[in-house]
Design a protein around this ligand. Sequence first.
Ligand SMILES: Nc1nc2c(c(=O)[nH]1)N[C@H]1C(S)=C(S)[C@@H](COP(=O)(O)O)O[C@H]1N2
Ligand SMILES: [Mo]
Length: 455
Amino acid sequence: MTKDRVNDQVLEENQVAGNGLLDRRLFLKKGLQFGAITTLATSTTLATAKSETPKTEINPADLPWMKTPGEPFSIYGMPSKHEDDVVRYPSPNQVVPGNGVSWTPLHKMEGTITPNGLHYERHHNGVPQIDPKKHRLLIHGLVKNDLTFSIDDLLRYPMQSKICFIECGGNSNAGWNKLPAQAEAGYFNGMVSCSEWTGVPLSVLLDEVGLRKKAKWIIAEGADAFAMQMSIPIEKALDDAFLALYQNGERIRPENGYPLRLIVPGWEGVLNVKWLRRLKVTNRPVMARNETSKYTELQASGKARIFTFPIEAKSLITSPSAHMLLKEKGLYQITGLAWSGRGKVSKVEVSADAGKTWAEAELQEPVLDRSLTRFRLPWHWNGKQSVIMSRVTDETGYEQPERNKLVKERGRKGFFHYNAITRWQVDTDGFVSHVYEKDETQKDNSDISIDSDWD
Ligand SMILES: Nc1nc2c(c(=O)[nH]1)N[C@H]1C(S)=C(S)[C@@H](COP(=O)(O)O)O[C@H]1N2
Ligand SMILES: [Mo]
């Protein structure tokens, strides 16, 4: 067991907010020896954690890898077999096969880049197995010349790379439930991932086809059997949208749109059309299912809000988080992710006393535009029941709302675009669960099952 190295004096000198939140620079301070932060049993139940066998002394002579040659080279590397629980979580009840999601295990990850095999998935009709030689992109409509591009054609254009997140507008939608969803942090907020995407700026191709004066919208369509169509305002298309061919240095994975996908930085996931086959330039939106019946907000007035494009700022503590277990009181590192579809994260605050007091977390550099941003803050848990939470402010000054405020603004029929503050409660036995801010005025809300519908 690790010794608690934070004595009363260190605590007193470094406390920056209530209930043990410590200076974000604490780990950098010289003279203090933090051999280890207190152990956190991740994603475990109380029962299994308690029955764990105590660690015994390791004798190097017993370690086979120190005595015999290792495995040969491999043509494509895979994670260690000891990490086989770091996996996507596919939705169990797919309405029809191929229409569902798989969540990114945010609670089991560090840093900000999502490895390709763990990028969340949202497909409406399965993953098409596209032969890149037979794939074409057509740009037509209100243009001077229709043009068709093969993948080889596109690979010859000058490319650009951008690190950015993609988040489904349905991410975290269990947050609208009457009762707090008791799933691991990633398995209800993990419809967000962050990659370095590389490809051709859309503006370059639009320049080549020549836009006509009436061009106002671009309708993007995928080659999957869902034939999804999405409308994107021409200003965004010309601003920073691009056609990605690469994901974190390698060609895009089939699940994420191979061989070509649209990237619309900071805007909701559904606009990032995968397996892109057609861009039709028009003077009005197509008004397809995914922009009229889905990804819209039914307001209290009975009218629906449509075209909610940019993702509002959101943050989430990924550790400690739901279903984790703090084995003993002592020093922990609170860590999590923050992002905004409107630009950079400017500040993340953390509270360990249910929102009474807040302290600013350390942001991991570089803080990038419309990318996941990692935050960290040391916390000394005194063993008492505590509620920890994070709150992001983005560079536009927008501050992540408390759940009650969000629900008040949007009404009780909200389904998409849930970005409220998440509260994790650490109980005296160290078990972490999801709780809501109390509000006696909210008595009723029909429940949405966490797995029911994600569009
Ligand atoms: N062609 C096509 N594009 C699509 C979809 C789809 O089903 N078909 N799903 C959309 C939705 S709703 C989201 S949230 C993102 C998910 O991207 P990912 O699977 O790479 O995470 O892709 C979007 N693009
Ligand atoms: Mo989505």
